[in-house]
Design a protein around this ligand. Structure first.
Ligand code: GRF
Length: 220
């Protein structure tokens, strides 16, 4: 197991693969793409050490269990009478910390994290969003792009800051919107691009390190 990185914004690839904790809320196909890339390439540079979720009974957790990975579930509603959202945020941060990740990946994780989580993982917490940010942030990025009449949309992998889908952009992929698209069809085509983009980005960050200067992410 690789130790935590010497700098929070640059995994130390000299000490072994970067440790990833992946957070999911749904089908987990982005998680699966990471797991497949890791299994296929011993030089990928990263390993998934645990998978966390904000709900039970989702395919994303099943995928992790099938791979033999430790999983944890941290549900907001379990903290309703125990400090609310802030307490949930601390519990999530604690659960993730237990696996000493170099990078935390939100791969379809449908919760906004709070202050404590960002204090601990800011600068090494990445998210994938199904639109070309800064256009169409939020929960309905695919639907909103379609409703707006945009001709292209896509996906964005970015670091998470304290806004909603506002953090520094690492990479983007473009997808054409077709006249016959509905939300499901468009989202499926976005996800094909998104999975590859996420795999590429995580591997590059893990192998090559990176730094964040203001809004710019620099990968050598
Ligand atoms: C992705 O499109 C992600 O950007 C969005 O939800 C989807 C998750 O898909 N927030 P999956 O669970 O990885 O299949």
């Amino acid at each position: 197991m690789a130790p935590a990185p010497s700098s929070p914004s640059s995994p130390d690839s000299s000490s072994g693969p970067a440790r990833l904790v992946v957070l999911v809320s749904g089908s987990g196909t982005n998680l699966q793409a990471l797991l497949d890339a890791i299994a296929a390439d011993p030089g990928y540079g990263a390993e998934v050490v645990a998978v966390g979720a904000d709900r039970d009974n989702i395919a994303g957790l099943e995928r992790a269990r099938r791979t033999g990975l430790p999983v944890f579930v941290c549900r907001v509603k379990d903290y309703e009478n125990k400090g609310g959202r802030a307490a949930w945020d601390v519990a999530l941060a604690d659960a993730v910390s237990a696996y000493q990740p170099d990078l935390v990946v939100s791969a379809g994780f449908m919760k906004i994290v709070g202050k404590e989580f960002l204090n601990r993982f800011g600068g090494r917490f990445i998210n994938t969003h199904p639109a070309l940010l800064p256009s169409f942030p939020g929960t309905h990025g695919v639907r909103d792009a379609l409703a707006y009449g945009a001709k292209v949309t896509g996906c964005t992998v970015h670091f998470v800051d304290d806004g909603v889908d506002t953090g520094p952009i690492i990479a983007q992929g473009v997808v054409e919107i077709r006249g016959e698209d509905d939300e499901t069809a468009l989202h499926e085509r976005i996800k094909e691009v998104e999975r590859q983009l996420l795999v590429d980005v995580v591997g590059r960050l893990a192998r090559d390190g990176y730094r964040i200067e203001g809004r710019k992410v620099i990968v050598p």
